[in-house]
Design a protein. Structure first.
Length: 117
């Protein structure tokens, strides 16, 4: 069984930075793609960023230039560096793995990020 465990969330002032980590444990193959999503209260879960096996990255327009996704394949870990945080970035952040190229099939439990104004 595969588990994804996020860490690094917390409370930060607007303009501040956080780095989220997501590590996989258990039986897992090298993931095709890794991604981050977020869900604000009363809203749907939205895509934030993704990185594929080759290292190509993709970002939501709302975070381009502020967030950076990276991965360590040897550790089955994905990171999200978040700079210049805004109150509208407040949400529960989830990591996800697309292990077989058929969609995100493993999800973490989420970590809360709160940005105060």
């Amino acid at each position: 069984q595969v588990q994804l465990v996020e860490s690094g969330g917390g409370l930060v002032q607007a303009g501040g930075s956080l780095r989220l980590s997501c590590a996989a444990s258990g039986r897992i193959v090298s993931s095709n793609a890794m991604g981050w999503f977020r869900q604000a209260p009363g809203k749907e879960r939205d895509f934030v960023a993704a990185i594929n096996r080759g290292g190509s990255t993709y970002y939501a327009d709302s975070v381009k230039g502020r967030f950076t996704i990276s991965r360590d394949n040897a550790k089955n870990t994905v990171y999200l560096r978040m700079n210049s945080l805004k109150p509208e970035d407040t949400a529960v952040y989830y990591c996800a793995f697309d292990r077989y190229g058929m969609g995100y099939d493993c999800w973490g439990q989420g970590t809360q990020v709160t940005v105060s104004s």
